[in-house]
Design a protein around this ligand. Sequence first.
Ligand code: ADP
Ligand code: ZN
Length: 432
Amino acid sequence: MIWNREMETLGRASLARLQRERLADLVARVHGRVPFYRKKLEAAGIKPAAVKDLADITGLPFTGKDELRETYPYGLLAVEPGKIVEIHTSSGTTGKPVVDAYTQSDVDLWSEVMARTLAMVGATAGDVIQNAYGYGLFTGGLGVHYGARRIGANVIPISGGNTARQIAILRDFGSTILACTPSYSLYLAEVGREEGMDFSKLPLRAGVFGAEPWSENMRKEIEEKLRLKAIDIYGLTEIIGPGVASECERQDMLHVFEDHFYPEIIDPASGRVLGDGEKGELIITTLTKEGTPLLRYRTRDVTFLDRTPCACGRTSVRMHRIIGRTDDMLIIRGVNVFPSEVEHVLLHVEGVEPHYQIVVERRDKLDCLEVRVEMTDALFSDEVKTLEAKEREIEAKLRSALLVHARVKLVEPKSIPRSEGKAKRIVDRRQL
Ligand code: ADP
Ligand code: ZN
């Protein structure tokens, strides 16, 4: 089901025209109203009137996460403060939180792109959406909420956590769509199974999972355990929250809602714009946002773009699922290591669960990687000899995938802390 057929299937030429008009309007707006951007544009020698073609975007300056922190909290506001109706922030675990301030038109935009997202799994007014993304300053909860309301579905605002209650609601309220992080969905499956829940008997049919990286194998596992169709949804606070891009029912890369969020891929080191299919850092320009619009925001997320048409009929550019994050990327003895690669390997190994942690330590000035991974109950009851052989097997597989050595430690089932929101996969002890 396509929520906004007109916009989502717009011909490429018309789309480009619309993007060009919106870009020109955006540059004029931020130049006129945001001193931070006026300075930046002037420093780059750019006059708003000179931005005529979409290609002119490559001459515009980037916006970095540090700059959002320097202008905290309201330095990037492009409207009168009285026009702001809602505020969200990022979790701020890596520094000062970044602030996204929404006008009513931004909330309407958010509802629209989240309605498009939920419609990707065929959501209609008849659906019961169990929304287990956190409500509050985190964008996940309210983003899904607004999309569900726009569709007219019945949304259960349970928010994150409270697993026993999640299970009871899944069982009693007839939830048809589950919204949460992929890692939390697996945790729900685990707890549900312990309580004797038969997922195949539930009306649950689809899941919209995002906010953290996951893999194709993890999707298979989620789909099998929860008996639903799982799609990947993507977004970030700085841009709007969830609703930037989403997989359609084909589950083959994420459609970027590019009539509002214009994507580019650059080489993170040089800033050079890369072509379709080339892996690099995702840059997004918010073409229509009013409250805190951003020019060429450096997301730090690594992916690539694909402009081949999708069988679903939508004409938008698609992006590959997030491969890693430029700032999450571990550099181990000069080699770039993404947690997603570790996960990919683990999901191909018999006898282990997709619950793992990557611990980085510095010993004798050398970075050492240790991957702790949970065994299945079956393997846990095996002999020490078998466990050791299994550890060596995983080490060999990791080495050929990552090109660096990682020590593998099998740990007891359920010993790695479960997260109710985003999973914490990396423990970096080097900074201590
Ligand atoms: P923070 O984590 O700093 O609070 P956000 O909640 O805005 O900030 O998280 C946004 C980030 O989460 C993205 O930049 C991306 O790294 C990650 N993310 C969101 N959705 C996905 C997804 N579907 N796959 C992989 N990573 C995702
Ligand atoms: Zn599609």
